[in-house]
Design a protein around this ligand. Structure first.
Ligand SMILES: [Zn+2]
Ligand SMILES: [Zn+2]
Length: 353
């Protein structure tokens, strides 16, 4: 016996998403079943659906920015009850025994975490070998990987917090961004717009670093204090050695050297967007001011809950455009063109229309 569900899937790298019926496992004692209300569209969904990273298994159901209502709980579940608003982000399982898992940093599980979609399903209970994501009616997830969504947050606008939100919150916290610091957010998309909101809420003075004056103006509305146009060589020269921290959300490989020069002595730039090779990295800007170039991947479960609670206290959500699931393929094309402010969120009620 399984739970029958409906969603949208792709069946090859070159075909569009279309309706797909599949199965979820019945809840084990520690599982939570969620009726999905909303699911964000992350750029990773598109890369995976189109097999651009080369490890997609079909049929493939994307979606790892999931918000919904708890529909059932296993008998050992302590933290959730039916009717609670709950979220699921990028991971649904990990080994739970390695030093990273023990530290609540499941995203760095040394055996490899199980992604919400496309991960080898080690729990089983369905005919599907690989996990299927949140573009669907329901999902069954171990309680450890389920999050509480604060009551005061709009559920649709909260959905992208589960990936875009935690991806930017985690490095800002890890590198202790706060009042009295000047922080640069490089790039304004789904990630960058959350970086601006978080860094501002943490009390830092925020600069949007972008090639586009229009995006600079938009960033100011989101909380940026200043704009640095990265193609303006004079402005970049004057901004050398000014920044306590840089969050680099550029989604493609690029030359990091011009940005490294903006950092103060001992300061760090963190890469969160580019999962492809960076261009050459010159040692000189690193060596001469003891600067660091680092990376950061989403966040663990405890920190993701901390981020959601922070959003509840500070009334932070994502700026979104809600769509019907029937428009998901158009939304993919618009996301690839950068034509969205700043995240599409699928209203899952439209599956039944
Ligand atoms: Zn994502
Ligand atoms: Zn582990």
């Amino acid at each position: 016996m399984t739970i029958k569900t409906r969603g949208y899937a792709t069946h090859s790298a070159s075909t569009e998403l279309k309706p797909f019926a599949f199965e979820r496992r019945q809840p084990r004692p520690q599982d939570v079943v969620i009726d999905i209300e909303f699911c964000g569209i992350c750029h990773s969904d598109i890369h995976s659906a189109r097999n651009e990273w080369g490890h997609t298994h079909y049929p493939f159901v994307p979606g790892h920015e999931i918000v919904g209502l708890v529909a059932a709980v296993g008998r050992e579940v302590k933290g959730f009850k039916v009717g609670d608003r709950a979220g699921v982000g990028c991971l649904v399982d990990s080994c739970r025994m390695c030093p990273s898992c023990e530290a609540g940093l499941e995203q760095y599980c040394e055996k490899g975490f199980t992604g919400t979609y496309g991960g080898k399903d080690l729990i089983g209970g369905t005919p599907h070998a690989f996990t299927l994501g949140g573009y669907s009616e329901t999902i069954t997830v171990d309680e450890r990987f389920v999050l509480h969504i604060p009551e005061n947050l709009d559920p649709a606008s909260a959905a992208p917090l589960l990936c875009a939100g935690i991806t930017t919150y985690s490095p800002l916290k890890h590198w202790h961004v706060g009042a009295g610091q000047t922080v640069g957010i490089i790039g304004l998309g789904g990630l960058g717009h959350m970086g601006v909101k978080f860094a501002h809420a943490m009390g830092a003075s925020v600069a949007m670093v972008t090639t586009s004056p229009d995006k600079g103006a938009d960033a100011k509305k989101l909380g940026a204090d200043e704009v640095l146009i990265s193609t303006d060589t004079g402005a970049m020269e004057r901004a050398r050695n000014r920044f306590d921290f840089l969050l680099n959300t550029i989604p493609v490989g690029h030359d990091v050297d011009p940005y490294m020069a903006l950092l103060k002595r001992d300061a760090t730039m963190v890469i969160v967007g580019s999962v492809e090779p960076l261009k050459k990295v010159n040692g000189i800007p690193l060596i001469f001011r003891r600067r660091s170039l680092a990376g950061s991947l989403i966040g663990g479960l405890p920190e993701t809950q901390e981020m959601l609670d922070f959003c509840g206290r500070h009334h932070i959500t994502c700026d979104i455009e809600t769509i019907s699931i029937k428009d998901v393929n158009k939304a993919y094309d618009r996301t690839v063109r950068g034509d969205v402010k700043y995240r599409f969120v699928i209203d899952m009620a439209t599956l039944s229309n």
